[in-house]
Design a protein around this ligand. Structure first.
Ligand code: UD1
Ligand code: CA
Length: 459
């Protein structure tokens, strides 16, 4: 089989983004656009990937890691100049080379595969992936001759008024015969509107050598969007969001308002989950069947069990069991591990806490650095006092304990199995199992004293 290589162009600054962040690191649905590109390229069965880095080389390399080799383009003299940087790694090798821009994150593996197949079954030394854009402004146009064969690509800035009317555009993705590519690159000049060495000129050079050049036109314009500014970034977000949501809906997930639901690519959702508007599911979250998420909830890297309901809440890096009720307005912070049938009501904050089955945290409490058993009832306003300004300490609340409202549990402390803590207590010492602990001053009533005070004020 023909060897397959890929060159990913990612050295540009992305001036039109007007950003501190290098263009290819701008996220689309939570992942830097370069990550989407590399993932799609990789899954198309490539033997070697070379990413061209320049601006932000260090950051870009860190993101991509082991997935690719790298070549440095010290000065950004154009897309053709960028490809030349891969010479040391690829020149002289036999096979097909895919060239793709790091700013086209919507291209899918299947499209790359089809492009390879189209190219490899033709005699062409280059095949351009093209599409017809209703508004082609900014893109390179594909110029064809009278017999409809591709002649060359002309950049928007270099195009005549007549050429600007062409709607077939260069998506920035090509398949090349690897040897012919590096051969043609030696003929580039920068005699154009931008003073750059354009990769697109390779097409004309090949034609002049009498080599065959082709184009593979795809119908899905959305896939080929190149992100040069924040307007296109928002478009990409929208397109990818829709693509992901449609997939989940086809797999049996109910999404009440797909335009207002953001599910990042790595999230797994089982059938019969319902997602309400304003929900963002991020990272490697897993949502089990019959769960209901939202409205207005943000879930990051969480496992959420069967039939669990999360309303108007935020949860991150935690495991949440089955048939749990969360919210409205709860905050589950990282490293929490919540059992089954737990209730976490309004204005609750849970942090790094293990909560046993059937326990209830109904309102207005902070439970942090805690181990709570099962069937525990936590009264409104309970606080685990976990921090002394320097260190964090553990609060342990054993099974069947009952914590009265507005209690402070000053850690490290253990509240024993089946015990009661009276409302308003500040617990500083362990409570034995089955005990009642009261830690507050006794009430004293001074008869008639209020009236006396009021009369004094009148004088
Ligand atoms: C490019 C194409 C254009 C095509 C469009 C598709 C050229 C000359 N133009 O234009 O025909 O329609 O993509 O989206 O190829 N880069 C480098 N080094 C450089 C310059 C660019 O690595 O010196 C990288 C950028 O980081 C980017 C990619 O190449 O990822 C494309 O560059 P960009 O400046 O966005 O090209 P366009 O003007 O969009
Ligand atoms: Ca671009």
């Amino acid at each position: 089989m023909t060897k397959r290589y890929a060159i990913v162009l990612a050295a540009g600054q992305g001036t039109r983004m007007k950003s501190k962040l290098y263009k290819v690191l701008h996220p689309v649905m939570g992942h830097p656009m370069i990550e989407h590109v590399i993932r799609a390229v990789k899954s198309a069965g490539i033997d070697e990937i070379v990413t061209i880095v320049g601006h932000g080389a260090k950051e870009v390399k860190t993101f991509i890691g082991e997935e690719s080799q790298f070549a440095l383009q010290e000065e950004q003299l154009g897309t053709g100049h960028a490809v030349i940087q891969a010479e040391k790694l690829l020149k002289g090798k036999q096979g097909t080379t895919l060239v793709v821009c790091g700013d086209t994150p919507l291209l899918q593996q299947q499209t790359f595969q089809e492009l390879f197949e189209y190219h490899e079954t033709s005699n062409a030394k280059a095949t351009i992936l093209t599409t017809k854009m209703p508004d082609p402004t900014g893109y390179g146009r594909v110029v064809r001759n009278k017999s409809n064969h591709v002649e060359r690509i002309v950049e928007h800035k270099d195009a005549t008024e007549e050429e600007k009317k062409i709607t077939e555009i260069n998506t920035g993705t090509f398949c090349f015969d690897n040897e012919a590519l590096f051969d043609a690159l030696t003929g580039l000049s920068n005699d154009n509107a931008q003073g750059e060495y354009y990769l697109t000129d390779v097409i004309e050079i090949m034609k002049q050598k009498g080599q065959e050049v082709g184009a593979h036109l795809i119908a899905d314009v959305d896939e080929t969007l190149g992100i040069n500014d924040r307007v296109a970034l928002a478009q990409a977000e929208k397109i990818m969001k829709k693509r992901i949501n449609v997939n989940h809906m086809k797999n049996g997930v109910t999404i009440i308002d797909p335009d207002n639901t953001y599910i990042h690519p790595e999230v797994e959702i089982e059938p019969d989950v319902t997602i309400y508007p304003g929900t963002i599911l991020k990272g490697k979250s897993v949502i089990k069947s019959d769960a209901q998420i939202g409205p207005n909830s943000e879930i990051t890297n969480c496992e959420i069990g069967e039939g669990t309901v999360v309303k108007q809440s935020v949860a991150a890096d935690s495991r949440i069991g089955a048939r749990v009720n969360i919210g409205p307005f709860a905050h589950i912070r990282p490293q929490s591990d919540i059992g089954d049938h737990v209730k976490i009501g309004n204005f609750m904050e849970i942090k790094k806490a293990k909560l046993g089955d059937h326990s209830k945290f109904s309102h207005l409490s902070y439970i942090g650095d805690a181990h709570v058993g099962s069937n525990v009832n936590i009264g409104c306003g309970t606080i685990t006092v976990n921090y002394d300004g320097k260190n964090k300490y553990l609060t342990t609340i054993e099974d069947d304990a009952f914590i009265g409202c507005n209690s402070n549990l000053v850690a490290p402390v253990t509240v024993g199995k089946g015990s009661y803590v009276a409302a308003g207590s500040t617990i500083t010492k362990d409570v034995p199992a089955d005990a009642l602990s009261i830690a507050r001053t006794r009430q004293s009533n001074k008869e008639g004293y209020a009236t006396k005070l009021k009369n004094r004020k009148k004088d």
